[in-house]
Design a protein around this ligand. Structure first.
Ligand SMILES: Nc1ncnc2c1ncn2[C@@H]1O[C@H](COP(=O)(O)OP(=O)(O)OP(=O)(O)O)[C@@H](O)[C@H]1O
Ligand SMILES: CC(C)(CO)[C@@H](O)C(=O)NCCC(=O)O
Ligand SMILES: [K+]
Length: 255
């Protein structure tokens, strides 16, 4: 069994794989102060909860946008018996050409999602990742990552708004979203959710003007389920894009 571990600024997403099969997916909170033993205990329990044995754990692949946690998680996975632990970064074969000013600067979550997209969807692909940050990027027909955009995540901007405005409450993003709000909560939902959806539609149009029509538009990240249904553009939600992309990278490096 191989574990893919995608470390974001809010959540750590974990996928377990055996040959062609994904055995389970789960998410834990990103907690930078936890030690390697604490993460090892979490991995241990997660395997147990999913009726898997630590004995079967062969290796793992990590993508991390929280640099201090990377060595901690690597050590935790080794404590659980993973003999080989890879990390997305220089020296790892991904099949993705990264053609930006400084490829080493690119967040590993962009890389993981791009590998997932080129593995499963027709290229050129536009990828919309709705996590802590919202990210849009494009992989062209020749498997080249040509660049992207980074904006405040939907929840991050909503929280910033509630924190900065004395009369605005903290709200959840569930339920119907009216276009024209007639009370504070509905007006916030309209602004934040339809605003994000319209921004994404508009950005996709601009990406296609700049890079040509996309053969696929794929979305991932914990907020994709809330925002993508509000978009006008046809977008495929694929919530395991990053962890499946990581496993694809593992396989490319284990031959
Ligand atoms: N059910 C949920 N589970 C986890 N996060 C959620 C959920 N619903 C909304 N969110 C929000 O989604 C964001 C986290 O998304 P995700 O797990 O995709 O991000 P991440 O990988 O931690 O972030 P990034 O890759 O941008 O650093 C947070 O802003 C969080 O508040
Ligand atoms: C933009 C975030 C924070 C999104 O998770 C991450 O991808 C990151 O830290 N990236 C580094 C900067 C870059 O990708 O250009
Ligand atoms: K994550």
């Amino acid at each position: 069994m191989i574990l893919s571990v995608d470390v974001g600024n809010t959540n750590i997403s974990i996928g377990a794989y055996e040959a062609e099969n994904r055995l389970f997916v789960c998410h834990i909170l990103t907690e930078p102060d936890k030690t390697e033993v604490e993460y090892a205990m979490l991995f241990h329990h997660i395997l147990h909860l999913h009726r898997q044995s630590e004995q079967d754990l062969e290796g793992a692949i990590i993508s991390s946008v929280v640099p201090p946690l990377s060595p901690v998680l690597k050590a935790a996975l080794q404590l659980c018996g993973a003999e080989r632990v890879l990390q997305v970064g220089p020296g790892i074969r991904t099949g993705l050409n990264i053609r930006i000013d400084n490829p080493a600067q690119l967040g590993a979550d962009f890389v993981a999602a791009a590998i997932g997209a080129m593995d499963r969807y027709p290229l050129p692909a536009i990828i919309v990742d709705l996590g802590t940050a919202t990210k849009i990027s494009v992989v062209d027909r020749s498997r080249t990552f040509i660049g992207g955009s980074i904006m405040p995540g939907v929840k991050v901007s909503l929280d910033a708004l509630s924190n900065r405005a004395a009369q605005l409450p903290h709200i959840s993003l569930e339920g119907p979203v009216p276009v024209i709000g007639t009370n504070t909560v509905d007006s916030m939902k309209s602004g934040v959710l339809l605003g994000a959806a319209s921004m994404i539609d508009g950005m996709i149009a601009r990406y296609e003007e700049a890079a040509g029509p996309a053969a696929s538009v794929v979305a991932c990240g914990a907020l994709a389920d809330v925002v993508v249904p509000l978009c006008r553009r046809e977008i495929t939600v694929d919530s395991t894009l990053r962890i499946d992309g990581l496993y694809a990278a593992w396989r490319k490096n284990s031959v």
